[in-house]
Design a protein around this ligand. Structure first.
Ligand SMILES: NC(=O)c1ccc[n+]([C@@H]2O[C@H](COP(=O)([O-])OP(=O)(O)OC[C@H]3O[C@@H](n4cnc5c(N)ncnc54)[C@H](OP(=O)(O)O)[C@@H]3O)[C@@H](O)[C@H]2O)c1
Length: 302
């Protein structure tokens, strides 16, 4: 009972170690400090720890000391090879701790690192940060984790210091990277569409600032389409409710023609046209746009 009371009242002040103090690592460590956690930091180039030390973080003299200081070890470095180079020499010291890797990478790298962690006998969560450093610890920061649920549950409150939206996606370590990839795919598709549109309007001396509110409104409408599209994808049936793929394909031809006629880059609409064209060739012309999922599920033909 005493033990229970002690551990629950101490939860807010759980010690945490942050390895890697680049732009993101500094924001993470700063958020833990601001939330009242005993925060130990370490960076390959020690100078980057000075500001955090001035704010109250403990600057570990060695990497081993940094790992030993906390049951929860956060890693945020450039890439997965850097993660392994960093953690390999202290793998034995990590046993009994939970390592949370917030470095960006692929699902395969996440799963391989999880296997490596299992071989060395320490608990591992892979995570992604859908935010920029200045958004850490605000309502805008979304952080996603995958790996053993028990490890997440044990540290959920501490991890909650990094952002309002903190979710555990499942036991498969690759899930957080895959969600990250899906968000990146959406982000670049939307931004490329806007840039292509701005280039088109630029040929008529309309500036991007004038175009932006119009397309923002369109984006808001389109965001409502995702749920219905998802339902069709999951059902594997694509009845056209508003327009068929044939109609989309005809409009894509206009977009390619327009782009070429005014001399802007037509690669983006040509890609859309190629995907839809193949779906129509496979007999999907009368279906909803969601039928294109079949094109995305397989590699592009060479
Ligand atoms: N910045 C963002 O907006 C953002 C958003 C989401 C996710 N992320 C992800 O967060 C991770 C870090 O990004 P960042 O913006 O903080 O990058 P950064 O400012 O370039 O910092 C990179 C960090 O990695 C360390 N590092 C690199 N190689 C290392 C090695 N072999 N051994 C030990 N430490 C090594 C660097 O140490 P030194 O200081 O000694 O060079 C530095 O602390 C990346 O995976 C990035 O994709 C960043």
């Amino acid at each position: 009972m005493t033990e229970q009371l002690t551990s629950s009242s101490d939860t807010d002040r759980q010690a945490v170690t942050v390895l890697g103090l680049g732009l993101m690592g500094q924001a993470l460590a700063g958020a833990f400090l601001a939330a009242g956690h005993r925060t130990t930091v370490w960076n390959r180039s020690a100078a980057k720890a000075e500001e955090l030390a001035a704010q109250g973080a403990t600057l570990a003299a060695t990497l081993r000391d940094a790992v030993a200081a906390s049951p929860l070890v956060i890693v945020c470095v450039t890439d997965y090879p850097a993660v392994r180079a960093l953690l390999d020499p202290v793998s034995a010291d990590l046993v009994g701790r939970v390592v949370v890797n917030l470095t960006s990478g692929t699902s395969q790298q996440a799963r391989e690192t999880a296997e490596w962690a299992a071989q060395h006998g320490f608990s591992y969560l892979d995570g992604v940060i859908l935010a920029i450093p200045s958004a850490i610890a605000t309502d805008e920061a979304v952080l996603l984790y995958s790996g053993p649920r028990a490890a997440f549950d044990a540290h959920e409150q501490t991890l909650g210091s990094l952002g309002a939206a903190t979710s555990h996606l499942g036991a498969d370590h690759g899930l957080s990277a895959l969600y990250d990839m899906a968000m990146l795919s959406l982000m670049w598709s939307v931004l490329n569409g806007f840039l292509h549109g701005a280039a088109l309007l630029g040929t008529a001396q309309v500036d991007a600032t004038t175009l932006a509110p119009f397309l923002t409104q369109g984006l808001h409408t389109m965001s409502g389409w995702l749920t219905a599209t998802a339902a069709q994808i999951d059902a594997g049936a694509y009845p056209a409710e508003d327009s068929t793929l044939d109609v989309h394909l005809a409009a894509m031809a206009h977009l390619v023609e327009e782009s070429e006629a005014v001399g802007v880059n037509a690669e983006l609409p040509r890609l859309a046209q190629a995907l839809a064209g193949r779906a129509v060739d496979e007999g999907r012309g009368g279906d909803d746009y969601a039928a294109l999922i079949e094109q995305f599920r397989k590699p592009a033909p060479r």
